[in-house]
Ligand binder design. Structure first.
Ligand code: AMP
Ligand code: MG
Length: 424
């Protein structure tokens, strides 16, 4: 008779844990792009997601122009040895062109951004020119075709400048303006409702002058979630704190599903939680409870409540942030219509050892910096407990140790997700 080994608390990895990659695949399947688009002015389009590509109707630059201050000439006038003397026949400024045509033996004084005068094909920078009244001298060092920006060199007529699924950055908005487009079609703004659960969770209220009652914790999760969601430029709907009862939880979920496209809650999903909380999630929708092969943040509930996507995050404040960044953020982006949803990941050299078993993904809080040699290095923020929000506050990145990674020692290369992006 075959002996079937029962799972035990001593197992390094529980056999039934769901790998992070599989959870991501399932979530992605749940997260269809929101229906509905709107036309927004270019000036208001930052962070919105294009539902149609942006196509240029013009060349940028629209005319060939000078990249430098200098003199526009014909390349035939560049001497093969010695010097050539040219007659200055006019001036061209940015926004004020030279009307004539540059002939052999002639030059036009040009300034950066000026349309290149007809007949000219080269700009000699002023530092390489000897000016003598109406004439200039140039030498054989001058290079044909230099210091000229050609029409359409940046963008050409008919070119797709930005693809659908792009969340617009400052550079993108400038690019759209540079081709004279005054409005763009974007996906409807996503609405995200969020709430905290727990009888012990106490609201932060400036009118409340009493000390925190015994056994209570301030509701930090709702503040963290609001900031995380606002940074994603969704419309946020704060549904407050929901007490650990079946009725309250059912009512909160029903209300949230009527108001929002995505619902995010924290707490109430660990094994051992009062049954009615998980029961409430089952009662209102099609929700699965996962035990993930990850740390922190093992439990995660997700599914559909009506048309809304639901995420039940664990209660521990660090687990809330990590599960949000790893799962909720990419899923929300996908629902917003964003094509590239993966966190930006870079390699770094670890400065201390971390003990770990393969078979689960760990997200440690790290501080990354450039070494004197110019190498990105990373160290742990200190104690990594899932309740220590201070470790998250001290961090500037997550150190992501994937399922296949064993313990790492000082000097090993690891993957980090930096918190700060330079451009948005
Ligand atoms: P739970 O997942 O509901 O068992 O909560 C796990 C831990 O997170 C408990 O210590 C809770 O007190 C704490 N916790 C739950 N919700 C919050 C919250 N909104 N803010 C801060 N801590 C919380
Ligand atoms: Mg709870």
């Amino acid at each position: 008779m075959a002996i079937i080994k029962q799972p035990s608390c001593d197992d390094p990895i529980e056999p039934a844990l769901l790998p992070v990659a599989e959870a991501m695949r399932r979530l992605s399947a749940l997260s269809e792009v929101v229906t509905g688009t709107e036309q927004v002015a270019t000036a208001d389009s930052a962070n919105r997601v294009l539902s149609k590509p942006v196509v240029s109707a013009i060349n940028v630059p629209s005319e060939t122009n000078s990249a430098m201050d200098g003199f526009a000439i014909q390349q035939n006038d560049i001497p093969s040895t010695g010097e050539a003397s040219l007659r200055v026949v006019g001036e061209a400024f940015a926004g004020r062109s030279f009307n004539g045509t540059v002939q052999t033996g002639e030059a036009v004084r040009v300034f950066t951004g000026a349309v290149l005068p007809k007949g000219a094909d080269t700009v000699v920078i002023q530092e390489h020119v000897a000016v003598d009244g109406e004439r200039i001298a140039i030498d054989s060092e001058v290079q044909a075709g230099r210091n000229v920006r050609h029409a359409g060199e940046d963008l050409t007529v008919g070119q797709t400048v930005l693809e659908a699924g792009r969340q617009l950055t400052a550079a993108d908005v400038g690019l759209i303006a540079s081709i004279g487009i005054t409005s763009v079609e974007v996906t409807r703004q996503l609405k995200v409702a969020f709430f905290s659960t727990g009888d012990e969770v106490h609201p932060l209220d400036k009118a409340d002058t009493q000390p925190l009652p015994e056994g209570m914790v301030y509701d930090s999760n709702r503040h963290t979630l609001r900031c995380l969601l606002q940074a994603m430029h969704v419309e946020v709907i704060d549904l407050g704190i929901v007490r650990d009862t079946l009725d309250d939880t059912v009512a909160a979920l029903r209300k949230a599903s009527e108001l929002a496209d995505v619902i995010v809650s924290s707490g109430g999903i660990s094994a051992g939680e009062a049954d009615y909380v998980t029961q409430a999630f089952h009662e209102v929708g099609d929700v699965s409870f996962w035990k993930l092969a990850m740390r922190p943040g093992r439990p995660l509930a997700c599914g559909k409540i009506g048309e809304a996507t639901f995420f039940g995050l664990p209660g521990n404040p660090v687990a809330v942030m990590v599960t949000f960044l790893a799962f909720v953020q990419p899923a929300i982006k996908q629902r917003m219509g964003v094509t590239h949803t993966e966190p930006f990941a870079v390699p770094a050299v670890i400065k201390s050892s971390i003990k770990k078993s393969p078979g689960r993904t760990e997200y440690q809080r790290g501080i990354s910096s450039l070494s004197a040699e110019g190498v990105l290095q990373v160290e742990l923020t200190g104690k990594q407990g899932a309740g220590r929000l201070s470790s998250m506050s001290a961090a500037n990145c997550l150190i992501v140790l994937g399922d296949d990674v064993d313990s790492v020692v000082e000097g090993d290369q690891v993957v980090v997700w930096p918190f700060a992006g330079l451009l948005s």
